[in-house]
Design a binder for this molecule. Structure first.
Ligand code: AMP
Length: 282
C-alpha cells in the first residue's frame, strides 16, 4: 500500500494510472469493521481503492470534540494494508485547505438546519467542502459512504448532483457490534457496560419497524421515544421518521418512496447516531 501525505503526489500517481476504475472511501480514521465494509465493497468493485484518513476540523462544532477525536494512525494503516487498499491519503490540515482554498458555493436548503444539521451548525457545509476537495484530488469513479450517517448520504447526493460530478455514490449498510450498537469511532469513549447496554437503541428501532402493520407511524414514534427515555441515563436528541430523499418529516409510509427513522440518543455521555430504513425502492 502506498501512503501519501501530499495531495499533488497522490493526484499525479492516480493520473498516471488513468485507465483504472478508482473507488474512494473518505474516513476520519479510528477505523473499525464499519469502515472496512466500505473498503471491501470498493476493492470488489474497482481496480484501485483510495482511502483517506483526515479528521476534518471544519465539520466539528466543539473544539473539545475535535481534540478528543481518536487518531490511532499506525493501527489504521495496518488495517488498510491488510484489507488490500492501494493508496492511503493522510494529509495535514494545510494540505487539504491551502492558503488559496476557496469554499464551495452550495445551497443545502433544509438539509443544513434539520436534525444533525440543527444540532451541529455548519457541520454539513464542512462535510461538503472537504468531500468536494477530496473528490477533486482523487477523481474517483465510485465513492463509498455508510448508511450509518444517513443525512450525510443525502447531503453528498445533493453535492454530486449540484456540482454535476460524474461519481457513482455507493451507500453501504450499517455494521453493528454483537449487541446491536452501530459501530462508530466514538464508541471507544463508552465503557464496556455502556457499549453493551446501548443496544436498546437498535432494539427500539427494530421494535418501531415491527409495529408498522399495527400502529400509526405517529404512534410508533411517540412510543419509541418513550421507551428510549425510560432507559437510565439516556436522552433522546431526536427520533424522527423522515423522507429519505430530502430528510423532511413524514407522518405516514405513503408520503415518500424511501422512509427511514433517524435518531440520536445521548447515552453515557456520548451522542449515538443510528437509523433504520422502513421502506425503500428496492
Ligand atoms: P467516519 O470516519 O466516521 O467519518 O466514517 C467514514 C465512513 O464510514 C462514513 O461514510 C460513515 O458513514 C461510514 N461508517 C461509519 N460507521 C459505520 C458503520 N457502523 N457501518 C457502516 N459504515 C460506517
Amino acid at each position: 500500500m502506498k501512503v501519501f501525505n501530499i495531495a499533488s503526489n497522490l493526484h499525479s500517481y492516480l493520473r498516471s494510472r488513468k485507465k483504472l476504475q478508482i473507488g474512494f472511501v473518505p474516513t476520519m480514521g479510528a477505523l473499525h469493521n464499519g469502515h472496512l465494509s466500505l473498503v471491501k465493497k470498493s476493492t470488489s468493485e474497482n481496480d484501485l481503492t483510495v482511502v483517506s484518513i483526515f479528521v476534518n476540523p471544519t465539520q466539528f462544532g466543539e473544539k473539545a470534540d475535535l481534540e478528543k477525536y481518536p487518531r490511532p494512525i499506525e493501527k489504521d494503516l495496518s488495517m488498510l494494508e491488510l484489507a488490500g487498499v492501494d493508496c492511503a491519503f493522510v494529509p495535514e490540515v494545510s494540505e487539504v485547505y491551502p492558503e488559496n482554498f476557496k469554499e464551495i458555493d452550495i445551497d443545502l436548503g433544509n438539509l443544513e438546519n434539520t436534525l444533525e444539521g440543527k444540532q451541529r451548525p455548519g457541520h454539513f457545509k464542512g462535510v461538503c467542502n472537504v468531500v468536494y476537495r477530496l473528490f477533486d484530488i482523487v477523481k474517483p469513479n465510485r465513492a463509498y459512504f455508510g448508511q450509518k450517517d444517513f443525512q450525510q448520504t443525502v447531503v453528498i447526493r445533493k453535492l454530486i448532483t449540484e456540482k454535476k460530478l460524474d461519481i457513482d455514490l455507493r451507500i453501504i449498510p450499517i455494521v453493528r457490534e454483537n449487541h446491536g450498537l452501530a459501530m462508530s469511532s466514538r464508541n471507544q469513549r463508552l465503557t464496556s457496560d455502556c457499549r453493551k447496554n446501548a443496544s436498546f437503541i437498535y432494539q427500539t428501532l427494530g421494535w418501531a419497524k415491527s409495529q408498522l402493520k399495527t400502529l400509526s407511524l405517529e404512534e410508533i414514534i411517540h412510543r419509541s421515544k418513550q421507551k428510549l427515555s425510560e432507559q437510565n441515563g439516556a436522552t433522546v436528541e431526536y427520533f424522527e421518521a423522515i423522507n429519505g430523499i430530502d430528510m423532511k418529516p413524514v407522518d405516514s409510509l405513503v408520503e415518500a418512496p424511501i422512509i427511514a427513522i433517524v435518531c440520536v440518543v445521548k447515552y453515557c455521555g456520548v451522542r449515538l447516531l443510528d437509523n433504520i430504513i422502513l421502506k425503500s425502492e428496492q
